[in-house]
Design a protein around this ligand. Structure first.
Ligand code: BTN
Length: 270
């Protein structure tokens, strides 16, 4: 069902004045994937701050080759182009910063504080309500520097229910809060918060706030002291032990080794 709320692009742009996103927003009724479309636009020279948002995705991309459930009008399906001056080894920081921005946007719009499962799944009532997929391109001439990153964010907002296969794992803000929400309010709050996070990431001398890794560790119950299973290095279990300087999760594994987790898929071990 298409939601009654239509995106009013002019109003959203006006609400974003003062951020890098005020001019770059483009709306689509239906696309295969906002990430795929924005990666194409980026390769053709689209500028920093370009944002593609869609009412529906027919092939929404998730992490690890999964698809992202993108029914018309229910969710926020948005991709953001940024060109931060960061080395590739710090690309994960963009994901962590986006998770913090999404957490803040949800808190502003619903009063609910979502947990962040490292690196960037947001959970309410233990179920996923936000997925983030950052796709990057490298400089050709400069070793291991980021040329640009496309940040894809999917927020389950007004879904009344989910297909059987994901229902045990997924929730929406409406299901968690009991109230329908305006997608445009979430979009504005997300882009404002993300503009701030990206500014802090780029400005290494910005000392007014605690650094990203400290804030992430405070915002996520997964960063430290959580018993987990990790589907890497043949699979192992252990207890989370903070993040390293590039944002990778450390796990004290049950065999006594401190291991670094390189990709997602970390799950709670009962
Ligand atoms: C995940 O698997 O957790 C990441 C899901 C990311 C989904 C968003 S929706 C907007 C953007 N376009 C895509 O095709 N994927 C991302």
């Amino acid at each position: 069902m298409v939601s009654a709320e239509e995106f009013n692009v002019a109003e959203i742009r006006a609400a974003l004045i003062g951020t890098r996103f005020a001019r770059g927003l483009q709306h689509f009724a239906s696309v295969d994937s906002t990430n795929a479309r924005l990666l194409e636009a980026a390769a053709s020279g689209a500028p920093e701050g370009t944002v593609f948002v869609a009412d529906e995705q027919t092939s929404g991309r998730g992490r690890g080759g999964h698809t992202w459930h993108s029914t018309p009008g229910d969710g926020l399906y948005v991709s953001i182009l940024t060109k931060p001056a960061l080395p590739l080894r710090d690309a994960l920081l963009i994901s962590l910063a986006t998770g913090l921005a999404a957490q803040r946007a949800i808190r502003e719009c619903t009063g609910l504080t979502a947990d962040i499962r490292w690196p960037n799944d947001l959970l309410l009532d233990g179920k996923k309500c936000v997925g983030i997929l950052v796709e990057t391109a490298l400089e050709r001439d400069q070793n291991a520097a980021l040329r640009y990153a496309v940040i894809g964010v999917g927020i389950n907002i007004n879904h009344p229910s989910f297909p059987e296969e994901i229902a045990p794992l997924a929730t929406s803000l409406r299901l968690a809060s009991g109230k329908p929400l305006q997608r445009s309010s979430l979009l504005i709050a997300l882009l404002r918060a993300l503009d701030h996070e990206l500014m802090l990431l780029e400005d290494v001398s910005a000392p007014r706030e605690k650094d990203l890794l400290t804030r992430f560790a405070e915002a996520s119950t997964w960063a430290r002291g959580k018993r987990v299973k990790v589907p890497e290095q043949g699979g192992y279990t252990g207890v989370t032990a903070g993040l390293n300087e590039h944002g990778f999760l450390l796990v004290a594994s049950d065999d006594g080794v401190l291991r670094t987790v390189l990709s997602g898929g970390v799950r709670e071990r009962e």
